[in-house]
Structure formats: C-alpha cells, structure tokens
Write a protein that binds this ligand. Structure first.
Ligand code: NI
Length: 188
C-alpha cells in the first residue's frame, strides 16, 4: 500500500502508528563537509530512525533520485536508500549498516553516474555488476542479499557516501563549483 507521499510503509517496516507526513529534507551539495565525513553504525532502531528514513525516502522520490545516503542530508549514520529496479519498476528500499561482503560479478556495469549532491554533473563510469551486501532492516533484523547491474551500481555509489567518498572527488573543486552554481541558478 503506497500512500499519497509515495511511501510504502509496510515495505519500509514502519507501522501505521509511527506514520507522520514526511518532510522534504535539504540535500547538501558538494563540497559540503558532511559529504567527506565517515558515518557510524546505527545502534538504536527507534521511531526517530524510522521517521528519518521516511523523510529520506520521500526526499529521494521528490528529487527523482536513484539513491540517497545519510550524509547527503546531514544524518551521519550508516543508512542508505535506493530506488531498487525490478522488471522496469522502481521500489524504495532501505539498507541500514550496509556492508559489501563480496563482489559476486566482476564484469563491469556501465552507467552515467550522477548524484543529488552534485546537481548537473554526470560521468560515464563502470562498476562491478554484482555485489553481495549484508544490511539491517528498520526492525534491526540482519539480511544478506545479492544486487545486480543497476542496483549493484547504485548501492556501491551510496556506500561510498558512508565512507566520505563522492564520485567527483578526483575533479578540481573550482570546475565543479562552477557547474553546480550554474545548475542551482537554473532551478530558481
Ligand atoms: Ni550520491
């Protein structure tokens, strides 16, 4: 059941009593210092966490993103949201304390990489096409799952965020600042 905000609370593991209208969070843009900080593991699976996750999912959907990681909204814990592709449809999914256990397919999956924190900039990039990831759900239950192709690519991008890495780290700050400034100006 998807509500008017596009959130499937059952899938997110959030019960009816914990529902609140989600907030659209501010996404920090590169080079905000939050983006180069490492995050810490989630240890408390409470209503605050679930509410933050609902806000993150809503924010990702509102911005047409494929993923969003904690540091992008200043939540410095190991939480990533992905818009998981399945048979051409997309479903928001949350991964808490995600860890890549194994690269299951080394063959490259090519994608035009972008990031909500680097608006207006894209780069052709290849990443391994299969990863086995362990993560916790919102109830604190650990699972292990394999992700392939686009989902594997996006998860690798999001987990990089938790390590303080952004895909544009190798580019000059000056060049990127110019691109982002131009894009943000166009939006307003
Ligand atoms: Ni990103």
């Amino acid at each position: 059941m998807i509500d008017q905000y596009g959130l499937d609370y059952k899938m997110l593991g959030i019960s009816g009593a914990e529902r609140l209208a989600p907030d659209r969070l501010t996404i920090f843009t590169w080079p905000d210092p939050h983006l180069s900080e490492k995050t810490i593991d989630v240890t408390v699976f409470d209503g605050y966490l679930k509410n933050t996750i609902a806000n993150m999912v809503y924010t990702m959907l509102q911005n047409n993103g494929l993923g969003l990681a904690g540091p992008q909204v200043g939540f410095m814990q190991n939480v990533v949201i992905i818009n998981k592709e399945f048979n051409g449809d997309y479903f928001p999914m949350v991964l808490i304390n995600p860890k890549i256990e194994e690269i299951s397919f080394k063959e490259s999956f090519p994608m035009r990489e972008g990031c909500l924190s680097v608006p207006g900039y894209f780069e052709d990039r290849e990443r391994p096409s299969g990863v086995i990831v362990s993560y916790y759900n919102t109830k604190g239950k650990e699972t292990i799952e394999e992700f392939r192709n686009q989902n594997a690519f996006v998860i690798q991008h999001e987990i990089d965020h938790l390590h303080g890495k952004v895909f544009v780290d190798h580019l000059s700050k000056l060049k990127l600042k110019r691109i982002i400034k131009k894009t943000l100006k166009k939006k307003h």
